[in-house]
Design a protein around this ligand. Structure first.
Ligand SMILES: CSC[C@H]1O[C@@H](n2cnc3c(O)ncnc32)[C@H](O)[C@@H]1O
Ligand SMILES: [Zn+2]
Length: 430
């Protein structure tokens, strides 16, 4: 049976700045059937379960295009180190202690946090326990892009084993959960994967028609060391080895890149995940997002893990992304308000190479969220787009639907037991 939600203010993200002041959406588990202004007719109501939105704001679910949910219990583990020191001294030793249970609980906590703040789809780059996570996501109902990522600082035999494992996970799970799970291959970074290993990963991805996700140009040190070793910027090396064209890339960070790199990225059709808070926290720098957008790159937004953020609230991340660009470039209209919403929604679907989400239109999948406008920080209520970017917080989200199924209803979890998961997290993190 279809569901009909009426009396909603609908932000479609379909055409430029469309806000349907009082409207309704009819949908089912396959797709959105109707979106229209005004009251539904008797005919539209037929064969539906109806729900009054009471003026709530209804918009596409947010897409987090870079993260590591398995690291969630490392929140606050080390707050004052730069990337390389943070990885080598704090993160990698702590990750050695992970087991099935800690990973399961960490990922459940991250999904609680994402759902409660309006994320309907996320990218997870990780090397441990992927099949178990994919199966858990099937139960929870979120949309996810998963990959068994690889670090290639090992023998060729080990590299090949890791790549084979990645490929077998990616091919087994791509399209699972009624298409909610998609997969990629993922060399961790140019400083942990030698060029000939990246060659082999890209070749495998092309053969299997899978996208490739990688951390890129995150710190000045990375570029400095890479230039010393290879005589050029890592993106230039990818181009020299003919790895950009014909590959569906999603690069995370891209902080230390310049005009000519964005021209190349745009020409080759690669995607970028901008992670402003993680870059700030680790003191990595400010990505030149205004320049990326000027080149026509549909920049998307990621949080990275909560060990470098320390939260998964994409509303906050989106606002921070805009404010940073305006502040650092001393220009108030450089990255426009609506661009922020695009980055967190429709650009996220482009970055993950997933069609039919990120915008609300008939035929697209019913991945959407609702926010309560009855908050002091949303007064006066008329300027919805402005409020969503500059005033909204994840905690304003009241409802979350993925593929037409409710995961969060009036702030109650439908598919997860929040109290149980939090109790387990407290107990094991001790
Ligand atoms: C093998 S991929 C997962 C791996 O990535 C590490 N990681 C987490 N955040 C970052 C980041 O911002 N830059 C580089 N690497 C990062 C983490 O240790 C995971 O094990
Ligand atoms: Zn990362």
């Amino acid at each position: 049976m279809d569901t009909l939600i009426y009396n909603a203010t609908i932000i479609t993200m379909d055409e430029e700045e469309t806000v349907i002041d009082r409207g309704y959406i009819r949908f089912n588990e396959a797709s959105i059937v109707t979106i229209a202004e005004g009251e539904p007719t008797q005919e539209e109501k037929e064969g539906t379960v109806q729900r009054n939105a009471n003026g709530k704001w209804l918009m596409p679910g947010l897409v987090n295009t870079h993260g590591h949910p398995g690291m969630t219990l490392l929140r606050g583990i080390s707050d004052d180190q730069p990337l390389q020191e943070w990885l080598e001294q704090s993160i990698w030793p702590a990750e050695q202690q992970f087991n099935e249970r800690t990973l399961h609980v960490a990922r459940d906590v991250s999904m609680i946090e994402m759902i409660a703040s309006g994320t309907t789809a996320f990218v997870d780059m990780y090397h441990l326990g992927l099949p178990a996570f994919a199966n858990r996501i099937k139960e929870v109902g979120l949309r996810a892009t998963l990959m068994r990522s690889v670090i290639g600082l090992c023998s060729k035999e080990e590299q090949d084993e890791k790549l084979a494992e990645s490929l077998s996970f990616a091919t087994a799970f791509h399209g699972e959960a009624n298409g909610r799970i998609t997969t990629m291959l993922a060399p961790h970074a140019p400083y942990t994967c030698p060029p000939d290993y990246i060659d082999r990963i890209v070749e495998a991805a092309r053969d299997a028609d899978l996208p490739v996700h990688m951390h890129l140009a995150e710190t000045r040190k990375e570029i400095h060391d890479f230039m010393d070793q290879h005589g050029m910027h890592p993106l230039e090396l990818l181009e020299e080895r003919e790895l950009l064209a014909g590959t569906k890339w999603l690069f995370a960070h891209c902080v230390h890149m310049y005009e000519q790199h964005f021209e190349l990225i745009q020409q080759r059709g690669s995607m970028i995940s901008h992670n402003p808070m993680s870059n700030m926290k680790l003191g990595s720098g400010i990505a030149p997002v205004a320049s990326m957008l000027k080149h026509g790159i549909p920049v998307s937004i990621g949080t990275d893990s909560v060990a470098s953020n320390n939260h998964l609230d994409l509303f906050e991340e989106m606002r921070f992304a805009l404010l940073l660009q305006r502040g650092v470039n001393e220009q108030a209209d450089l990255v426009k308000t609506y661009e922020g919403l695009k980055m967190a929604t429709i650009n996220g679907s482009k970055a993950t190479y997933v069609n039919q989400v990120g915008a609300l239109r008939p035929g697209n999948e019913a991945d959407f969220i609702m926010l309560s406008p009855h908050q002091a920080h949303f007064l006066p209520e008329q300027r919805v787009l402005s409020h969503l970017v500059f005033s909204a917080k994840g905690t304003d989200v009241t409802d979350v639907f993925v593929q037409g199924k409710p995961l969060y209803r009036d702030k109650e979890f439908v598919t997860m037991d929040k109290e149980k998961i939090m109790a387990e997290a407290r107990s094991i993190s001790k």
